[in-house]
Write a protein that binds this ligand. Structure first.
Ligand SMILES: C[S@@+](CC[C@H](N)C(=O)[O-])C[C@H]1O[C@@H](n2cnc3c(N)ncnc32)[C@H](O)[C@@H]1O
Length: 325
């Protein structure tokens, strides 16, 4: 049974996992207890309402089916209470998204007018992979003058985020149920976002799975494209080698600068004198993913990227290092 994309090795009830949240030791990210119903790829499962997608005509291109994804999706019906939450509050928070190929994609012509969807113009913060929404809901309450747009693929997580947001009474969050890697380039225009947050992305720890990590040179350049000049990308992880990778990715993107370059060197880093890590951002709450990592003896590293002004020669185009002429 295949998930969408190249996740052919990912099967329902896959390898036992441990550690942090969606992905863990040695294997595929999973969301506890979720299973792909026998014989069905999760992306094929019908859903009520929203924008549908029909079968692809024979020979038609499948632009997204071959992409490497940073997640696997295992669907089963939501628990009754979460289902009721979605019925009561889902439409207040979750955008009705037209799909391309598969339920984690957005249609290539989906360019929503975000101020209309939020009901106002305000600085925009994008969180990628909010999980159950601990960070974004806390932030929405703390900064009522900002709009928060979250991209998440995990349906029970989205339902819990909605429940949390409704309970907190915040109205400045909208959620796109989609793969951020596919959706960001479609949904968000150049220089349209003030901050991007990527906290505790799935670590994909096995060497053969590293290509599935969300934080890559290409993704950094996409983040740089959507950030306003001076906008910031906040990252955190408690897997050391992913922290080194985040630092490397930020420092190799020509449109980003790491304001903490050289700071907080870590003796465990293969380049122990190099540093490049930010202090913990006080606005970042401790989520249960981070707590579980702490209990397992892991320490979070924070990384920061700041978008260089587009007027600075050579950084207008956010091309990954190595792809420029
Ligand atoms: C390990 S959890 C961390 C959740 C949260 N950020 C926290 O710190 O508690 C990673 C989350 O990212 C989501 N995710 C992974 N890849 C994604 C993608 N390409 N687009 C959107 N969400 C993604 C997963 O579904 C999961 O909820």
């Amino acid at each position: 049974m295949r998930d969408e994309g190249d996740a052919g090795s990912v099967v329902a009830g896959g390898a036992p996992t441990s550690g942090q949240g969606g992905a863990a030791e040695g294997d595929v990210p999973h969301h506890r207890g979720e299973q792909i119903p026998a014989g069905r790829a999760p992306e094929e499962l019908p859903r009520a309402g929203g924008h549908g997608h029909g079968p692809r005509p024979t020979g038609a291109p499948a632009p997204y089916l071959a992409r490497t994804k940073s997640f696997t999706r295992r669907s089963r019906p939501l628990h009754d209470s979460l289902q009721r939450t979605m019925e009561r509050h889902g439409r207040d928070y979750v955008l009705d998204v037209p799909r391309a190929e598969g339920w984690t994609t957005v249609a290539p012509d989906y360019h929503p007018d975000l101020p209309t969807l939020f009901g106002r113009e305000a600085p925009l913060v994008v969180e990628i992979g909010p999980g159950v929404g601990e960070q974004v809901v806390a932030a929405a309450g703390r900064w009522p003058g900002r709009n928060f747009l979250a991209f998440e693929v995990w349906q029970p997580g989205i339902a819990k985020l909605v429940s949390r947001a409704a309970g907190a009474g915040v109205s400045n969050i909208r959620v796109v149920e989609a793969d951020a890697a596919q959706a960001l380039p479609v949904v968000l225009g150049d220089a349209s976002v003030d901050e991007v947050w990527t906290f505790f992305p799935d670590p994909w720890r096995k060497a053969r799975h590293r290509k599935r990590r969300l934080v890559s040179p290409e993704f950094a350049c996409e983040v740089a494209r959507i950030l306003v000049d001076g906008g910031v990308w906040r990252l955190a992880t408690d897997w050391n080698d992913y922290a080194w990778q985040m630092r490397d990715v930020v420092e190799s993107c020509p449109a980003l600068v790491n304001p903490h370059e050289g700071e907080r060197p870590d003796p465990l880093d293969p380049e122990p004198d190099r540093g490049g890590f930010a202090p913990r951002w006080p606005g970042r709450v401790t989520t249960h993913f981070e707590t579980r990592g702490q209990e397992a003896g892991r320490r979070a590293h924070d990384v920061l990227g700041v978008r260089l002004p587009r007027s600075v020669a050579g950084v207008g185009e956010a091309e990954p290092a190595g792809t420029q002429p």
